[in-house]
Design a protein around this ligand. Structure first.
Ligand code: NAP
Length: 182
C-alpha cells in the first residue's frame, strides 16, 4: 500500500515515522486510539511508567513507541513484556499505566495492578457463555471485575479501545482524502 494511502498505518514507512517521532504519517489505529483516549481522559503520560503487555506490530510495539515519544502527551518511561518475560506478573504491578495486549482472556488480575493505576485493556477475546444466545461473550485481557476494584481508571471491553480504533481509522481515512485533494 502506498504510504499516503496506508490508513491502517501498518506499512514500513508509517511505522518507521512513529519511531522517528514524526507525526506527518498515518499512526496505526489501535495505538493512536489509546493515546487519544488517555489525552481525552486527562491522563498525562510524562514521567509515568507505562508497561505494555505484548510486543506485536499491530499494538504492543507501536503503542510503546508512541508513549515513549518526545512529544506533548507522551514522554513516558516504557517497559514492554512478552511471553518470554521472566518478571511476570510483578512488572505490570509497577505500572502507572498498564496496557494489556497479550490476547489472553482476563490474564491481568487485581494482584498485578498498582492501586490507582490507569488500566488500558486492548484485548478482545471470546469466551464460552452458555447463558448467551450466541454461546459466547466478549472479554478483555483484564479481569474487569477484580481490577476495577483497585484501578483509578479502566477501559471496558466491549467499548473502550475498540471504538477508538474505529474512530482513528476514520480520522486517517479523512486525512488520506485531504492529502489526495478531495
Ligand atoms: P498478538 O499478535 O497475538 O500478540 C500478543 C502479544 O502478547 C505477543 O507479543 C505475545 O508474546 C504476548 N503474550 C501472549 N501471551 C502472553 C503471556 N502469557 N505472557 C506475556 N506475554 C504474552 O496479539 P495482538 O494482535 O497484539 O492483539 C492483542 C489483543 O488485542 C488481542 O486480544 C486482540 O484481539 C486485541 N486487539 C484489539 C484491538 C482493538 O481495537 N481493541 C485491536 C487489535 C487487537 P510473544 O511476542 O513472545 O509471542
Amino acid at each position: 500500500v502506498h504510504p499516503e494511502k496506508d490508513v491502517d498505518g501498518l506499512g514500513t514507512v508509517n511505522l518507521g515515522k512513529i519511531a522517528q517521532d514524526d507525526d506527518s504519517g498515518f499512526v496505526c489505529c489501535t495505538p493512536a486510539g489509546i493515546m487519544e483516549l488517555l489525552a481525552r481522559a486527562d491522563v498525562p503520560l510524562a514521567g509515568k511508567h507505562v508497561v505494555v503487555l505484548g510486543r506485536s506490530l499491530l499494538v504492543g510495539k507501536p503503542v510503546a513507541l508512541l508513549a515513549l515519544q518526545k512529544h506533548a502527551g507522551a514522554n513516558a518511561t516504557v517497559t514492554v513484556c512478552h511471553s518470554r518475560t521472566r518478571a511476570l506478573p510483578t512488572t505490570p504491578r509497577q505500572a502507572d499505566v498498564p496496557v494489556a495486549a497479550g490476547g489472553r482472556a482476563e490474564f491481568v488480575t487485581a494482584d498485578m495492578v498498582k492501586p490507582g493505576a490507569v488500566v488500558i485493556d486492548v484485548g478482545i477475546n471470546r469466551i464460552a457463555d452458555p447463558t448467551r444466545k450466541t454461546g459466547y461473550r466478549l472479554t478483555g485481557d483484564v479481569d474487569f471485575k477484580g481490577v476495577s476494584q483497585v484501578a483509578g481508571k479502566i477501559t471496558p471491553v466491549p467499548g473502550g479501545v475498540g471504538p477508538m480504533t474505529v474512530a482513528m481509522l476514520m480520522r486517517n481515512t479523512l486525512k488520506a482524502a485531504r492529502l489526495a485533494g478531495r
